[in-house]
Design a protein around this ligand. Structure first.
Ligand SMILES: [Zn+2]
Length: 333
């Protein structure tokens, strides 16, 4: 009897200890959860706030002139410029008119880049600097200049798989420029031999850029332009294919002359562009990022300074960019 009682007593002790142990574990898990969940939430919110602050800062920077005028205009009745917040929301005005109390307006506007917001809201003449044929040994220099002057541009690149080129594709995207396609091989006799070749070339480049950057390119520039006379395939068939794939193509209406065979000086190149952009409200400037185009790099700082000084807004190509097309996409079914 005594043995049995002792045995029961030990059993009870073990059971009690286990139970206390489980309760302790449970309390520890709950305390951990109570600590971890709010910490993670806080970290996420901080990141989000940081991102939004960055967007607002660059927006104000880009809008500097408008912002100064706004501050000035605020003092006078009937200010000519909108409040910065109105600038942010103006992109959604049309939508708001349809749904006056639509709440997601703020979230959607916050998803747009400062350049997209500016593109839709500026009344100034727009200039899109575009560089074809890269990456090259000059790509990093071009990117350094653009960074220095806080300008975003568009690179219509070709297919290259060496380490340095892959890094350049990435840098273009990371620094907020538009990475666009200009064919994988740039060999007219290959790309334009058949529609099938044209398609394969684009697919190959699209996949390469996607793998290198994680971003699927949406814009294209025909080697030689959409009005080229060398294609054996009807350009209209190529355009149909691009439309089917949701790819927009862009030609140009201003050049710096770096592909003309003439040896222009940096100063002459700037003058060529200034003449071109003076004729359009939306200027697509054709320049090149290739081994022989060192003067283009040299001319870039003064070109940017001059364009800014004369009141042009410099932008990268986005979904809101009005295409400049030699053969209009609307002319093709
Ligand atoms: Zn080219």
């Amino acid at each position: 009897m005594t043995v049995k009682r002792e045995y029961n007593h030990k059993d009870w002790e073990n059971y009690r200890r286990k139970r206390v142990g489980r309760i302790k574990q449970f309390i520890v898990v709950i305390v951990c959860l109570l600590l971890v969940v709010p910490t993670v939430c806080c970290a996420m919110m901080t990141l989000k706030v940081h991102r939004l602050e960055k967007q607002v800062r660059s927006l104000i920077e880009i809008h500097d002139e408008e912002y100064q005028k706004y501050l000035k205009g605020k003092k006078e009745e009937g200010a000519a410029f909108n409040e910065p917040s109105s600038i942010i929301y103006a992109a959604e005005v049309e939508k708001e008119q349809e749904e006056p109390e639509s709440e997601p307006v703020m979230a959607e506007a916050a998803d747009l880049t400062p350049e997209e917001l500016l593109e839709q809201n500026t009344e100034k003449k727009k200039v899109y600097l575009t560089f074809d044929d890269g990456p090259s040994q000059y790509s990093n220099e071009l990117l350094n200049v653009l960074k220095k002057y806080n300008v975003k541009a568009t690179f219509f690149v070709i297919g290259k798989t060496d380490k340095e080129s892959l890094k350049i594709y990435k840098r273009i995207v990371e620094e907020g420029h538009t990475l666009a396609m200009h064919s994988y091989t740039h060999k007219y006799d290959v790309i334009y031999k058949s529609l099938d070749n044209f398609k394969k070339d684009i697919e190959k480049l699209s996949n390469l850029l996607y793998e290198a950057t994680g971003v699927r390119p949406k814009y294209y520039r025909f080697p030689g332009g959409s009005s080229n006379q060398v294609s054996k395939v009807s350009v209209k068939k190529c355009i149909s294919y691009l439309k089917e794939k949701g790819i927009t193509y862009f030609d140009w209406n201003a050049v710096n002359g770096d592909a003309t065979g003439k040896k222009y000086t940096a100063k002459q190149m700037v003058a060529n562009v200034m003449e071109g952009v003076s004729k359009n409200n939306n200027s697509m400037v054709l320049m090149h990022d290739t081994v022989s185009k060192d003067t283009t790099v040299k001319s870039l700082p003064s070109l940017i300074k001059k364009l800014k000084k004369e009141g042009y807004v410099l932008l990268p190509i986005t979904d809101y960019t009005k295409p400049v097309q030699h053969v209009k996409a609307e002319s093709v079914k």
